[in-house]
Every structure is written in structure tokens, then in C-alpha cells.
Design a protein around this ligand. Structure first.
Ligand code: PMP
Length: 384
């Protein structure tokens, strides 16, 4: 071989190492597991006996895989029940389960937009919504973060007949909230559909964890579509679109990630149904996540968050990375967000609260995080 066509990969890798942007996969081991402040297991249900049983029973009954596309053999009564139960829970008319939240976003946006559509997306929208915009072939405008007036103007000035507005309800990097009431008002006034990704809102915000859309009294609005993942509060895997029957029928006929993807595995569906049952029985879990997030924020010396996400901005990527490693070495598993996930100079630790964090765990967290953050902030204060 004369030239190595992938030599540029080594150059890129070296650049990432120099910039402190190397990413590593670290397998969890069963023994000596760290205190989890990094996962999306907001309700702490992923090992709940009832949720585990839900998965196991579904596997025994339906098998390990779903065996095919939802349109062929991949739909079980378990899928249909989950769709009906989650729709009822959030106050939507209907639900449609996808293989992941990512697939739900790609499917919903590309089926509802196309050439001749304008899509306006918040600058903080999740990567799956960004990719959905690119795939949609619509004209895409990115609006400044949480800027309702800007969105109003963009919608008002459009030449396209159809329009969609895309936003996360709880933004994944900072944990801040979308102004849903105003967004819906502006979308409706301009004849646009509002698509809200509730990945980080369901199970955490709203009455008994019904999400931020429900909290804003917008559940069931015909021009609002919710997308969500089953992999966070619902402790499983998979995605769902919650909307009107009319939208559901359209997605079944035309969402490519629904039609051409294998149906979600029965285990995940059974686990998510069980998680929903547990949450319905103990609706205070949602409030407990927020209370624990407030505890974490106090320990970290940052403002109280509106969600489970506690963002501790430290600045340079290397400082955040070193702080995350120091936490891990002392038994705390924390998230570390660096560019391109967040803007340059705002690298951070991202802590996520769980409803079942114990007081004993919080004591350990206070000690370790106190030390690590004092060191990191000391470094950040030294001019380069
Ligand atoms: N939307 C948001 C806001 C997310 O944070 C995520 C997952 N990180 C997704 C969508 C994708 O969901 P899933 O992991 O189920 O594909």
C-alpha cells in the first residue's frame, strides 16, 4: 500500500490529546462500583427488582429480540400497552415506540418536515434533533438559545407554508428549561408545530414526573409533539413519540426510523412499563430527584438547578478532565463535558442527581467534591 488513507486519523487523535479532548470508554465493573453521579438513571430504577422482573418476564414471554420491524413482526402487545400507558401518563392522545430516543427524533422530524418546510431549532437542541434537521431536507434556522422573540420573527418572515419548532424541554448540557408556554404560543400564532424533546424532563419535572409539557398545561395540544427516551427516568432503553392519533398514524406510514428499524427489544419495553408503574405508585420520586439535585448544587457551590442536571463549569478542557479523573479515583463517577459538546472555555463536570441518592452517599460526595473542586478552581484562577 503506497499511502495510508487513514493517516489523518492519527493526526486528529494527536490534536485531541494536545487539546485535552481525548475520550475514553471505561467499562463499569460490578465490584467496587463508584457512586453514580454521571448516569441518566434519574429515578434510580435500573436495578429496581420490579423493573428487572419486568424485563425478565418480557424476555421469557416474547424472546430476546423483537424479531423484525414494528410493521412486520416487531410489535407485541407489550409495545402497544407501553404506548397507551405513557400517552395516558403525559396526557397525550397516542404514543409510538421507537428503538431509541435518537430514532424517535429522527423519525418524527423527518416525517413532519421536508422540502418546503421551515424548521427552527433552539441552538441548544440535542444532537439527535440537529441531525434530524440535516436529514429533513427542510430549510433549517438555528435560533439563539431560549430566544422566543427570535423564533417568532423567523417564523413570521418565512415563505414556506409549513413550519416546525424544535427544542429540548430540559437542555442536556446545562439542565436549564425551555420557555414552553411562550414557545407554544408563538408556534401556534405562526401556524407551526412545536416538537419538544422531553428526554430529561419526563420523570423529573411536572406532576408526578409527567414532564415539563404537562407542567405547562400543554399536554394533549394537537399542534405539539413530544419525543422522549426510555433510557433515562424509565431505566430501560428505547424512544417514544407522544402526540395525536393523527400524527401517530402518519409516523407509522412514513417515519423511516420506524419503518426500517427493528422494533424495540421486549426486555426494554417490559422494563419501561414496570418503571412507569413504580413511578405512578410513588409519584414523589420526581420531587426527590430535584431535592437531591439541589443538595448536589449546594455541595458544588453552584446555583440550584431546575432539573436533575447540575453543571459545574470549570473552564479549560484539561482542568475539567483532571477533576473528573480525580473524582473517579476517589470513588465518584461524574460526567465531563468538553468541546464540541459545550462551547470552548466552558468545560465542566456534569453531575446528575438520582432520587435514591442516600445521605451517606451525599456525605462522601461532599468530602470528595469539596477537595476536587477547590483544587480545580485554584488551577483555573492561575493565569496560563
Ligand atoms: N434527546 C436528548 C435530549 C438526549 O439527551 C438523548 C440521549 N442522550 C437523546 C435524545 C437520545 O436518546 P437515546 O439515548 O434513547 O437514543
Amino acid at each position: 500500500m503506497s499511502v495510508d488513507p487513514l493517516r489523518w486519523l492519527d493526526e486528529r487523535a494527536a490534536e485531541r490529546v494536545r487539546a485535552g479532548l481525548r475520550r475514553e470508554l471505561r467499562a463499569r465493573t460490578w465490584r467496587g462500583e463508584a457512586i453514580d453521579l454521571a448516569s441518566n438513571d434519574y429515578l434510580g430504577l435500573t436495578r429496581h427488582p420490579e423493573v428487572v422482573d419486568g424485563a425478565v418476564e418480557a424476555v421469557r414471554r416474547w424472546g430476546a429480540g423483537s424479531t423484525g420491524s414494528r410493521l412486520v413482526t416487531g410489535t407485541t402487545t407489550e409495545h402497544e400497552r407501553l404506548e397507551a400507558e405513557l400517552a395516558e401518563f403525559v396526557g397525550a392522545e397516542a404514543g409510538l415506540v421507537f428503538a431509541s430516543g435518537y430514532a424517535a427524533n429522527l423519525g418524527a422530524v423527518t416525517a413532519l418536515a421536508g422540502r418546503g418546510t421551515l424548521v427552527v431549532s433552539d441552538a441548544g437542541s440535542h444532537a439527535s434533533l440537529v441531525d434530524a434537521c440535516r436529514l429533513s431536507r427542510a430549510r433549517v434556522e438555528v435560533a439563539p438559545h431560549r430566544d422566543v422573540d427570535a423564533i417568532d420573527q423567523i417564523l413570521f418572515q418565512r415563505t414556506e407554508e409549513r413550519a416546525l419548532v424544535l427544542t429540548d424541554s430540559v437542555f442536556s448540557a446545562d439542565g436549564d428549561l425551555a420557555p414552553l408556554t411562550d414557545l407554544h404560543r408563538v408556534a401556534r400564532a405562526n401556524g407551526a408545530v412545536l416538537i419538544v424533546d422531553e428526554a430529561h424532563g419526563l420523570g423529573v419535572r411536572g406532576d408526578g414526573g409527567r414532564g415539563l409539557v404537562h407542567e405547562h398545561g400543554l399536554a394533549g395540544e394537537p399542534d405539539l409533539v413530544i419525543t422522549a427516551t426510555l433510557s433515562k427516568a424509565f431505566a430501560a432503553q428505547g424512544g417514544i413519540v407522544l402526540a395525536s392519533e393523527r400524527v401517530r398514524a402518519h409516523l407509522i406510514d412514513s417515519a423511516r426510523t420506524f419503518i426500517f428499524d427493528t422494533g424495540l427489544a421486549p426486555a426494554a419495553v417490559g422494563a419501561a412499563r414496570a418503571a412507569l408503574r413504580v413511578l405512578r405508585r410513588d409519584p414523589d420520586m420526581a420531587a426527590r430527584v430535584l431535592a437531591r439535585a439541589a443538595d448536589l448544587a449546594r455541595i458544588a457551590g453552584v446555583p440550584e438547578p431546575d432539573s436533575a442536571v447540575v453543571s459545574v463549569v470549570l473552564g479549560e478542557a484539561q482542568i475539567a478532565y483532571d477533576a473528573a479523573v480525580a473524582c473517579r479515583e476517589r470513588g465518584l463517577s461524574v460526567g465531563c463535558f468538553r468541546p464540541p459538546s459545550v462551547p470552548e472555555g466552558t468545560s465542566r463536570l456534569r453531575l446528575t442527581a438520582r432520587a435514591n441518592l442516600t445521605d451517606a452517599e451525599l456525605d462522601i460526595i461532599a468530602t470528595v467534591l469539596g477537595d476536587v473542586l477547590a483544587h480545580a478552581r485554584g488551577q483555573a484562577a492561575v493565569p496560563a
